[in-house]
Design a protein around this ligand. Structure first.
Ligand code: SF4
Length: 249
């Protein structure tokens, strides 16, 4: 791939479904590729750089045209400029994936130009500290996932998450963790410790794995976890992925 071109899965409009900006309208730019392989991943296409880029024709319509990949900085900026009144319509541009920070060289050229159109919100798996540090001045908000082994089926990269928290701390809007009934007390305590040692003011979002809240005893457990974390962190919220509840993109 040319260093200033990126493989993009899709460009579309929706509401933010997770975290502290839940419900805000955003323009989503989804990049191909991820450095992790979580068992619950719902963006399988984001892992493999194949196929054209899908571009939503009318915001919110779910109807797409296609552009050949990879896209240059200029091509992507031109596509975003065709959006009608982006600054009025959208809260921000959401960079998602996959893992957008895998495209850090592309983003270093793309972000200064796109920030003339919309502020930028980064969704990340929170493992690429050096990459986020270099881009920090060009990011408005960051939502970082902590990938717990009980949810992903893969060992948690605690050191990577710690380095990321330290590097991205000043732009962090919230830290999200997908939690399910297999959650262990020890890993939850470790998550809260990790955040509290960085900044007790950081917001933690507990995101129940979709559909698990009907399981016996799980709602009580979630409430208990929230209470435990509130002893160490000022803001702890339980929020589902609302775009899935609303069947939106
Ligand atoms: S980090 Fe996100 S995109 Fe990557 S495998 Fe995990 S859920 Fe999928």
């Amino acid at each position: 791939m040319h260093p200033l071109a990126a493989h993009v899965v899709e460009l579309f409009s929706s509401i933010q479904g997770e975290g502290l900006l839940a419900g805000e309208p955003q323009l989503f730019l989804r990049f191909y590729g991820c450095n992790l392989a979580c068992n619950y991943c719902d963006t399988e296409a984001a892992r493999t750089p194949t196929g054209p880029c899908r571009v939503e024709i009318i915001p919110g319509s779910g109807e797409f045209s296609e552009r050949p990949n990879p896209l240059s900085v200029e091509e992507l900026i031109a596509l975003i400029r065709t959006e009608p009144e982006p600054a009025r319509r959208y809260h921000s541009l959401a960079l998602t994936g996959g893992e957008p920070l895998l495209h850090h060289r592309f983003l270093a050229a793309f972000l200064p130009a796109v920030r003339e159109i919309l502020p930028v919100f980064l969704e990340t798996n929170g493992t690429l500290a050096a990459e986020v540090a270099a881009l920090l001045p060009q990011l408005n908000w960051i939502s970082m996932d902590v990938k717990l082994e009980s949810a992903t089926g893969k060992p948690t990269d605690w050191d990577g998450h710690r380095r990321f928290l330290r590097a991205a701390h000043e732009k962090l809007l919230c830290v999200k963790a997908a939690v399910g009934p297999a959650l262990q007390d020890a890993e939850f305590s470790r998550l809260v410790d990790l955040m509290a040692e960085t900044d007790a003011g950081l917001a933690l979002i507990l995101q129940p794995v979709h559909g698990t809240w009907e399981m016996p005893g799980w709602r009580e457990r979630l409430f208990s976890l929230q209470g435990e974390a509130r002893g160490r962190l000022r803001t702890v919220r339980i929020l589902p992925q609302i775009h899935k509840l609303l069947k939106m993109l």
